[in-house]
Unconditional design. Structure first.
Length: 395
């Protein structure tokens, strides 16, 4: 066993096992001295940088030289950092992975040692246990106490949409979700596999990061139609934003819901948005909007007002506008975007943080909050933003 970290990046570390496969000597004045040891390491990936040609021949051995160790009174010891090792302590194998191992529990003396030793192999087939004693397998009492003291999250908090579907199977509802994906392409599989997005009738996305005029078939979700609007076609005046990577919006809508998409609106020249109108199962206009952090609020509000003016023309339609507005509603101070919506009679539904930094940037505005049965924040593992949702009731 190697007893010193010789090259951590190359895997030649304290606790690395192997066999001596070659001894390289050098003779001087008739005296042969050992110059290098060739080791056949158990880990075939270790020591890639320390394999040399010896005597003109190439092999798979890892060659090491003597190491120095300073002792007391100025003495220096030069020796190969290896020792005979038919076995080793559990502490030596922390972090190691091996195909097989024989583990003795006889001398386990502290919490967690058994876990470290027993969890090294890649399968149960490769694990052989001697001196088994179940009393040796135990955790630190402080850890057990801490786990018991942890707050238990009810399922309705972790998976509110799933809980809603279970409890309201007979309800006539329409579920809308908004999510800042931070790149639709890289995260399309995450969206497909999300345990609650499958319950959404309409999925509004921001920061899709799409480019070009065509949408790849790889971005299709089974059972949904996709409408997109990319950043580069969203800005006429502020070309400096339109030329930057990122941004973009999209809406997935269930195939059985007829949609009328609106990607261009008169007098709305610099806004990343897409609007769809639906007449069943409820009359509604639904918009996805994204405001980049560098886009001035005044210019954004000018274009947002143009979109709201257009939506106001549909008096018989419910209006839902969702997106990442980059205005933190949990922060004290002025909130001009929220104030504009409120002045137009809209209600903002989301009340808790939507990002990892506990900011509320992702909003859902609705023209008639009485139709909202439930709203909140979902969980996501792949994005800085968590999805937000609302469930609408209709008769």
């Amino acid at each position: 066993m190697i007893t010193r970290n010789l090259d951590v990046e190359d895997g030649i570390v304290n606790g690395c096992f192997g066999k001596i496969g070659n001894i390289v000597t050098k003779t001087k004045d008739g005296i042969a001295t050992v110059q290098m040891l060739g080791l056949q390491l158990d880990n075939p990936n270790a020591g890639q940088k320390h394999r040399k040609k010896v005597g003109g021949e190439e092999d798979v051995l890892v060659y090491i030289e003597r190491s120095e160790e300073n002792l007391r009174k100025g003495a220096v010891r030069r020796q190969f950092p290896i020792k005979l090792a038919y076995a080793c302590t559990a502490h030596k194998v922390q972090g190691m992975t091996m195909q097989s191992a024989v583990v003795s529990l006889k001398k386990i003396f502290e919490p967690g040692m058994a876990y470290v030793a027993l969890s090294r192999t890649t399968s149960l087939h490769g694990l052989h246990i001697t001196d088994f004693d179940d009393k040796k397998i135990y955790a630190d009492p402080e850890i057990t106490a801490s786990l018991q003291a942890m707050r238990r999250a009810p399922v309705e908090e972790i998976m509110p949409l799933l809980q809603h579907v279970r409890e309201n199977r007979q309800e006539h509802t329409l579920t809308i979700v908004h999510h800042n994906t931070e790149g639709l392409g890289p995260h399309i599989e995450d969206i497909r596999c999300h345990h609650e997005l499958q319950f959404a009738d309409i999925i509004c996305l921001t920061e899709t990061h799409l480019t070009g005029s065509c949408t790849s078939s790889d971005l299709q979700l089974e059972g949904y139609n996709l409408i997109t609007r990319n950043r580069h076609v969203s800005y006429s005046t502020h070309q400096e934003i339109g030329k930057k990577n990122g941004g973009g919006v999209a809406i997935y809508c269930k195939e059985h819901i007829p949609t009328q998409p609106r990607q261009y609106i008169q007098n709305v020249t610099d806004l990343e948005f897409v609007v769809i109108k639906i007449d069943s199962p409820i009359k509604a206009a639904i918009a996805a909007v994204y405001r980049p952090p560098q886009y001035s609020v005044d210019d954004f509000l000018t274009n947002l007002k143009g979109m709201l003016d257009y939506l106001d023309l549909a008096h018989d339609h419910l209006v839902i506008i969702c997106g990442d507005f980059n205005e933190d509603l949990l922060h004290t101070g002025k909130k001009p975007i929220l104030e504009l919506f409120q002045s137009r009679g809209y209600t903002q539904l989301i009340t808790t943080a939507t990002t990892e930094k506990h900011t509320l940037l992702d909003h859902i505005y609705i023209s008639n909050p009485d139709l909202c049965l439930q709203s909140g924040v979902l969980q996501s593992y792949h994005s800085y933003h968590n999805p937000v949702y609302c469930v609408l009731r209709f008769t």
